[in-house]
Write a new protein. Structure first.
Length: 227
């Protein structure tokens, strides 16, 4: 018997982000960015129609200080935890991920003086698990749409090696960096294609790349993803 796929909805995302807002793990602007995914004008609506889950990845100072009892009381189910990285399933196809370990190239450029105050939403993930030709075509349109919008995009996994994160991997990713401003930059979006495969043998993490414009602006001081 095939398993019923629950596609994330605006209602579930509203409830999940209301919880995060109440726990002071995100702010109102970040919540709106998450809800914008369901807006009629959202340029990647085809990907949203195909996605099997969303994930909201929040950077925190210390994952051991998360309000675990309150998350549990709200219906969150712990999926995976290791030091510095915790993932919960929220009802309705929304996953909540919290990390204090390095998961983004931007973090490698941080110092004591310029470290971004936690918590904040590092990225929003749109998970395209179905490997059909139609979903693959939708995934391949992501950089085309980003380019048309004047947004930046960085691919991962196109070499056929997959993209790894802790104990899991997917086939490919497109990272999209919407245009923003210095006061309230837009949140990066992760489009992940392929089944989520558990890989307890090959750990490690292919970290989120930095936006190309920021990388270029740093010149020789730019950190590499393998640092």
């Amino acid at each position: 018997m095939s398993q019923t796929v629950v596609h994330p909805s605006s209602t579930a995302t509203q409830a999940a982000t209301d919880l995060l807002l109440r726990l002071r793990l995100i702010n109102a602007c970040e919540q709106q960015r998450c809800l914008d995914l369901f807006a009629e004008h959202f340029p990647f609506s085809a990907a949203m129609a195909s996605c099997e889950s969303l994930h909201i990845h929040v950077k925190v100072d210390d994952t051991s200080d998360l309000p675990a009892d309150q998350l549990d009381a709200a219906g969150c189910k712990l999926d995976y935890a290791k030091e510095g990285f915790v993932k919960y399933h929220f009802p309705g196809g929304v996953n909540l991920i919290f990390s204090s370990i390095v998961i983004a190239q931007d973090e490698l450029a941080e110092s004591c003086e310029n470290r971004r105050q936690r918590p904040f939403v590092d990225h929003i993930g749109i998970d395209l698990r179905d490997e059909s030709a139609s979903t693959k075509a939708t995934f391949q349109q992501v950089p085309v749409i980003a380019s048309r919008l004047g947004w930046e995009e960085v691919p991962q996994g196109q070499e056929g090696t997959g993209v790894h994160c802790c104990h899991v991997e997917v086939s490919e990713k497109h990272w999209v960096f919407p245009c923003g401003d210095a006061a309230q930059p837009h949140i990066p979006m992760e489009f992940a294609f392929g089944k989520l495969k558990v890989n307890d043998v090959a750990g490690g993490c292919d970290i989120r790349p930095m936006s190309p414009s920021r990388l270029a602006s740093m010149g020789d001081a730019a950190p590499t993803c393998d640092q």
